[in-house]
Design a protein around this ligand. Sequence first.
Ligand code: ATP
Ligand code: MG
Length: 649
Amino acid sequence: MSNAIYPVSDEVRESALLTPSQYDEMYQASVNDPEAFWAEQGKRIVWSKPFTQVKDVSFQKDDLHIRWFADGELNVTESCLDRHVAATPDKVAIYWEPDTEGGETRTLTYKDLSESVNKFANGLKSLGVKKGDVVTVYLPMVPEMTITMLACARIGAVHSVVFGGFSPEAIAGRIEDGSSEFVVTSNFGWRAGKTVPLKANVDRALELTPADLVKKVIVLNHVDQESAVNADRDVDFHELVNAQSSECAPTIVNAEDPLFILYTSGSTGKPKGVVHTAGGYLVYTSLSHKYVFNYTGEETYWCMADIGWITGHSYAVYGPLTNGATCVMFEGVPNYPDSGRMARLIDKYEINIVYTAPTAIRALMAHGDKPVEGASLKSVKILATAGEPINPEAWRWFYEKFGDSKCPIMDTWWQTETGGMMLTPMPGVTDLKPGSATKPFFGVKPALLDNDGKELEGEASGNLVICDSWPAQSRTIFGDHERFKETYFSSFEGYYFSSDGARRDADGDYWITGRVDDVLNVSGHRMGTAEIESALVAHDSVAEAAVVGVPHDIKGQGIYVYVTLNEGVQSSDEMRTELVKWVRSEIGPIATPDMIQWAPALPKTRSGKIMRRILRKIATDEYENLGDTSTLMDPGVVDELIKGHNDLT
Ligand code: ATP
Ligand code: MG
């Protein structure tokens, strides 16, 4: 695999908040004396009663507890809104861009945002929403999403955002799991020129939940189209809000009170309802947003993730707003009306920082130069990705096309459960290696363990664990603390186990190799999925690839590969032979694919991640028992792949 290094350039160094030695010093301080480090960083946010305790943690399974700033009291919206309204009321908080290119845009200053939040907070109160109540949010990417989350936080209610692409069954499951009595939705959303019937999905979901559970459904009239109204239950968002005062005193909560519930992507099984608390989460997301994006207060910042995922919660809402950032919010998709939309949008708002996902990059990359044709992209300073390993080929394409070969890419590794970025480069600090998430963020102590739980030193490959707590760590799985203990703290006593595998190179940089459950064992050699997939994506004709292990008489496990070819490339037996040769030369004979199946598309979670567990089942003829498929983006893809597999074998 490529071992190219992209050292920090003079240009990036000059505008960086930190030098490499300052990072080293701060990092050492953060892990050697976390109490002192986080006591200082805790001051980044507004407390109504300052904390005197900082860290109170045990990772021992029998005595598991995780508490940060435990006697502090606050309301997170004072950090996200009030203090900015006092200092810079007219600064833009959100530029909103609709799905339809050229359609009506919206601009909300911090003052506008704060007033809307307070009004809706009063509206929620008037409907009987109280501190600690769970409010389910099923909205498109419109400013009311942010408004709703912050309105909940304003009154101490707990939001549970369900991604707008989920089905009625998935909504129902989450409503029930959270015993949620209130739902906020929209009549419709827009996606690539088509409307999505959000309200109808909620109505259907409520037929599947106990009849007396949900008391009120608040409906935003976003698209000029009728949706069914249930007079006893439905409340019009605007009617509710218009009647309210734009002042609402914040409800003060404890640092350890829950701020939100959010479900994981469901890549490896049934989604987990992860709980995050107010104090530590806000401190950590604010600090990481500042340093990873080199955010000075001036930049226009675009996190492309849907707010329905943790990336959106932490880095489209809480982190940036705590830092008073100007954020771009986009309802549409990067390749509608064509693959040039993303670049045009960057030019339109003169965006400086872009945070996206490898899946979006691979989708654009399949169109060659088209996505950036005619665009200037002069405003771009920093690029970043999250969610999956980024294949080095996709990294280089993004770096060259969107970053003019000079803007650093922050490959951030983290999880819904970690609340914030854990392994990541920082601008001006880290020499970049395509495909590596490089170094730990402040306060994060990663380690690699072998399967017996022994810590590995130096260059090594193993189970990625975290040795000690960080403030944004999730505290529990909602309603199932046992599953929380089991999932994260039982495999390796005294550590948080990520379920991901990683390799550490001679420079101490980390490379995520894939999910531990997906690791291949071929003739006794352990191999991550990421490396073989990246080798395939590096081939000119390949758009995407997914690798799974299948039983093999001689080797123990064989390598079964699904390949999506680039636009306009024909599949053929010659191409198969060529790809096999290619992987052998890129990695070595040990990685020789045993089987290559052409995949018109790969099964993905609704957050865009490849679902290898489904691919493994197809490759091993176990289609009867695909497991939890509720988070699958397009079930049609699975049928096609089953057919393709049967034709092949
Ligand atoms: P589930 O936990 O339900 O199976 P999930 O793990 O996909 O779903 P998320 O919390 O959205 O849910 O994703 C976290 C995972 O995404 C990580 O554990 C890791 O496998 C992968 N990931 C995230 N960022 C990166 C990255 N920069 N490089 C490699 N992998 C990443
Ligand atoms: Mg996970």
